[in-house]
Design a protein around this ligand. Structure first.
Ligand SMILES: CC(C)(COP(=O)(O)OP(=O)(O)OC[C@H]1O[C@@H](n2cnc3c(N)ncnc32)[C@H](O)[C@@H]1OP(=O)(O)O)[C@@H](O)C(=O)NCCC(=O)NCCS
Length: 121
């Protein structure tokens, strides 16, 4: 599944998950749109979708460097480090119902669009 957030004219962020293994593949927001809650909304959108696809625990790979913005982002949103690495990236996990952040819709939620590739169907 792909989840995108658009302003009037363009896509400003997107997220993707893999329903086959419960992995959040990517969350990305254009730099000029960071720190507005878009990344959080996109991540929660993909998380909820993966949990609804019968995954009780979902995972992602993240750079463990604390100076990388995404590292603090995922930790802030309740993801737990596992100490397991794949290459240079650490596996982070999130259990169903363990997300301390309520799924509170933002103004951006109204502009979300979701699409599934043929592979997802
Ligand atoms: C990581 C990224 C997706 C965050 O998107 P964003 O829209 O700026 O994040 P948000 O504004 O939704 O932030 C959500 C929360 O995380 C917090 N947060 C973000 N970065 C943080 C950090 N480094 N440390 C602690 N908290 C952080 C925010 O303060 C916010 O908290 P709040 O809900 O209490 O206000 C974005 O910076 C990005 O696209 N980075 C480049 C691509 C990337 O690295 N993606 C991840 C790997 S695939």
């Amino acid at each position: 599944m792909r989840s995108m957030c658009e302003d009037v004219a363009s896509i400003v962020g997107f997220a993707m998950g893999d329903q086959s293994n419960g992995e959040v593949l990517v969350v990305a927001v254009r730099p000029e749109y960071e720190r507005k809650g878009i990344g959080k909304s996109l991540l929660i959108h993909v998380q909820e979708w993966l949990f609804s696809e019968q995954h009780d625990e979902i995972w992602l790979l993240a750079n463990p460097d604390p100076h990388v913005r995404a590292t603090g982002f995922y930790r802030k949103l309740g993801w737990q480090a596992t100490g397991t690495f794949m290459g240079n990236n650490e596996v982070l996990k999130l259990g169903k119902g363990k997300n301390p952040i309520a799924n509170t819709p933002t103004d951006w939620a109204a502009t979300f669009s979701t699409s599934a590739s043929e592979q997802d169907q």
